[in-house]
Design a protein around this ligand. Structure first.
Ligand SMILES: *Cc1c(COP(=O)(O)O)cnc(C)c1O
Length: 426
């Protein structure tokens, strides 16, 4: 058996489809975000500007966050020493979970090693603990939520993206007596659109469903204390389970859920993804807590973030670039072709020292390949102007389409039958 050949063929298939992925070799420079050192194939280093980081506020390089990590590592060492079941919980993790419960105004919170794991573990465990449960899941939910739904083995209904009428029909067709779990996100990271949270919660009340929201692309970024879109809209209390990451807006690593004590205790007690893995190291916990506590009190990063995102959208739109209009900090620039998307990204890096990773299928549906731009408070106005010039030059060289009128949300294109949906996001 040619085992090696099997793997090579599998990867070749991706190359043929123009969706073989190459990761840039980057070295971030603390204190100079969003500048980093890039090394090419020959290991030659040069400075570039990153425009696609999910460290949305640059908190990964915040002085207080770095100091918290260094201090905790110095005092407690670097590893957690084992699973919490076997080795107990390090103090910084206890404090982190308290801070998260407070952030979301819930009774309790539970930390996992990543946002992915938190979704998979929490959704599957919560659904399994509700006998004969039915899950209602948004069509564009993240791969980690899909993994949780699958892992539960429970019956599921996929509702059309952000379509409350469709969700209502599906709920109405399900016997009242069966437990129901509605899973959705607040900010969808690829189109940057926002869920109709209040309407979904109204439906949950009407049909007696439990609600689970992924606020991964909103925590730290929205709301008075950075708890997310649900906080901003005054809806946090009505949501049963809020899931978030410590890795994006908060700039560190790890994932969590916040909910009532009973739900958190049940997930803690039943989820194998929680029980059988080593806890997050104390230094990571201390850094995450420093970041959360800073952002609870400081609106400055959030305000500057929104300002720079708005400015980026305006400046790129004025230049005739196909910006998808969003109400959030995410600035998708549609290319619509995998090969051209990669070519645009390569050209930005080679000629303009700008790094924007191409986003291709299956992360987004075919035909909506894009450059996903994420301005941060640390991208100043001059950087935005430089980005505009670079993009216009690339768009001209590659003869890419410039009309804004062609840019539509993925939902509209799915509903018009213009697109096929990936089997899972990523
Ligand atoms: C990135 C992401 C996750 C996973 O979070 P990590 O902490 O990176 O594992 C979960 N949900 C959504 C919507 C995401 O984009």
């Amino acid at each position: 058996m040619d085992y090696r050949g099997l793997f090579e063929d599998a990867v070749d298939a991706l190359r043929q489809e123009k969706r073989y992925r190459v990761f840039a070799d980057l070295e971030r420079i603390a204190g100079r975000f969003p500048t980093a050192l890039y090394r090419d194939a020959a290991d030659n280093a040069r400075e570039i500007t990153i425009w696609c980081s999910n460290d949305y506020l640059g908190m990964g390089q915040n002085d207080r966050v770095i100091a918290a990590m260094q201090d905790a590592a110095g005092r407690l060492g670097v590893g957690a020493g084992g699973t919490r079941n076997i080795s107990g919980t390090n103090r910084p993790l206890v404090e982190l979970e308290r801070s998260l419960a407070d952030l979301h105004r819930k009774e309790a919170a539970l930390v996992f090693t990543s946002g992915f794991v938190s979704n998979e573990a929490a959704i599957s465990t919560i659904a399994r603990l509700m006998p004969d449960c039915v899950i209602f899941s948004d069509q564009l939910n993240h791969a980690s939520m899909i993994a949780g739904v699958r892992q539960s083995g429970m019956q599921k209904h996929i509702f059309r993206h952000n379509d409350v009428a469709h969700l209502r029909d599906l709920l109405a067709a399900t016997p009242r007596s069966r437990p129901k779990l509605i899973c959705f996100e607040s900010v969808y990271s690829m189109d940057g659109d926002v869920a109709p949270i209040e309407e979904i919660l109204d439906l949950a009340d009407e049909f007696g469903a439990l609600t689970y929201i992924d606020e991964v692309h909103a925590v730290g970024l929205y709301g008075e204390r950075g708890a997310g879109i649900a906080e901003r809209e005054g809806l946090m209390e009505r949501i049963d389970i809020i899931e978030g990451t410590l890795a994006k807006g908060f700039g560190v690593m790890g994932g969590y859920i916040a909910a009532n004590q009973a739900i958190v205790d049940a997930v803690r007690s039943y989820a194998p993804e929680f029980i059988f893995t080593t806890a997050l190291p104390p230094a990571l916990c201390a850094a995450a807590r420093a970041s959360i506590d800073h952002l609870k009190a400081s609106p400055h990063e959030r305000e500057a973030h929104q300002r720079q995102a708005r400015l980026t959208k305006e400046i790129l739109s004025e230049a005739g670039l196909p910006v998808m209009h969003t109400d959030t900090h995410i600035v998708p620039l549609i290319v619509g072709d995998a090969r051209l998307c990669k070519a645009a990204s390569d050209m930005l890096l080679e000629k303009h020292n700008i790094y924007i990773q191409p986003i291709n299928y299956p992360t987004v549906p075919k035909g909506t390949e894009r450059l996903r731009i994420t301005p941060t408070p640390l991208h100043d106005d001059e950087m935005i102007i430089a980005l505009r010039h670079a993009l216009v030059s690339v768009w001209t060289s590659l003869q890419l389409p410039r009309e804004r009128s062609t840019v539509k949300y993925t939902t509209e294109r799915l509903n018009s039958g213009d697109l096929t949906l990936p089997t899972s996001g990523g």
